[in-house]
Write a protein that binds this ligand. Structure first.
Ligand code: NAP
Length: 289
């Protein structure tokens, strides 16, 4: 059984005295991580539990002390704390140092190691399309935290040009030493669409409960035709953006595989084992339905 508790409730509970992994965030009620990770722990018969902890800003110092406990085995970090814990760990992996963000803490020889598994999660479903993507141009809607991970992932896949689309392109701080990066407005991206191999939605437009929204207007839907269209949103599984893409014969990818593969990478770092992927995908699809 997985629980969502405040940090104080968690500390007082019996769960805190047993080996545990956590996901921390605020709010955290929407997280599917406990479901995925507990299923994987049970599948491998690992004696540990995975809990969601709703962490208030005021409890952060207290929580940092908790990381040294023997019962604490590792954690995932989500909004709004992804930027904050990079300063707390002893070492970070190369993806975290590039992104300036960690979403996973692991322990090794009593040291805390920060990892960023979102980048691996994002690129995993794209490996089968590498021939279409490598050396080409990608248009990315949104310039927030996920867009930063997407940029590093696309660089890794050999993309040569990224056009970010923003409501305020003049404020964008997304750039690259390796490839061509430009940020344009919602009135400008259309002129780049022809030569683009993939479109990625990193905005929350279309996310439940606002499922009628999309970064693409009805009029521009035809520009997605025959391209790869990737929406990071996983709830709903088929967003309006992906429906528009589908209508014009695009290849569509939803955010579920990214969610599963970032979790799988964290699990692998902690336990040396991998998720039972089919089982976990079925579990999530049933839950989201
Ligand atoms: P974020 O930091 O808030 O960034 C979202 C960006 O979208 C903003 O920077 C903004 O860019 C744009 N945006 C926000 N509201 C908008 C609106 N009303 N209209 C148009 N653009 C808007 O959030 P994030 O952490 O990057 O997450 C973004 C999405 O990715 C969420 O839906 C999240 O659930 C999803 N996600 C999925 C996974 C996964 O595993 N599948 C992982 C991470 C994130 P501009 O200000 O430049 O317009």
């Amino acid at each position: 059984m997985t629980m969502i508790l405040s940090f104080n409730e968690f500390k007082k509970s019996e769960y805190s005295r047993n080996p545990h992994f956590l996901v921390i965030g605020n709010p955290i009620g929407h997280s599917l991580s406990p479901l995925m990770h507990q299923a994987a722990l049970d599948f491998h018969d690992i004696n540990a539990q995975y809990h969601a902890v709703d962490l208030a800003q005021a409890d952060i110092t207290d929580f940092i002390g908790w990381l040294n406990r023997d019962e604490f085995l590792g954690c995932n970090i989500t909004i709004p704390y992804k930027n904050q814990f990079i300063k707390v760990v002893d070492h970070i992996d190369s993806y975290s140092s590039e992104a300036g963000v960690i979403n996973t803490i692991a322990k090794s020889d009593h040291k805390l190691i920060g990892h960023n598994t979102d980048i691996h999660g994002f690129t995993s479903p794209l490996l089968q399309y590498i021939d279409q993507i490598e050396g080409g141009r990608v248009i990315v809607f949104g310039t927030g935290g996920a867009a930063k991970a997407v940029k590093i992932g696309l660089e890794d896949l050999g993309v040569e040009e990224i056009i970010f689309v923003s409501r305020t392109p003049e404020k964008s701080n997304l750039n690259s030493d390796h490839i061509w990066v430009e940020t344009v407005s919602y009135d400008q991206w259309q002129s780049y669409a022809d030569e683009t191999s993939m479109f990625v939605n990193t905005t929350p437009l279309g996310m439940s409960p606002n499922i009628g929204r999309s970064p693409i207007s009805e009029f521009d839907g035809k520009l997605l035709g025959k391209k790869i269209c990737y929406d990071l949103i996983y709830n709903p599984i088929q967003t309006k953006f992906l429906k528009q893409a589908d209508e014009f014969g695009a290849i569509t990818i939803n955010g579920l595989d990214m969610l599963i593969m970032q979790g799988n990478r964290s699990f692998e770092i902690w336990t040396g084992k991998t998720f039972p992927l089919d089982r976990i995908k079925k579990l999530l699809i049933n839950t989201l339905k």
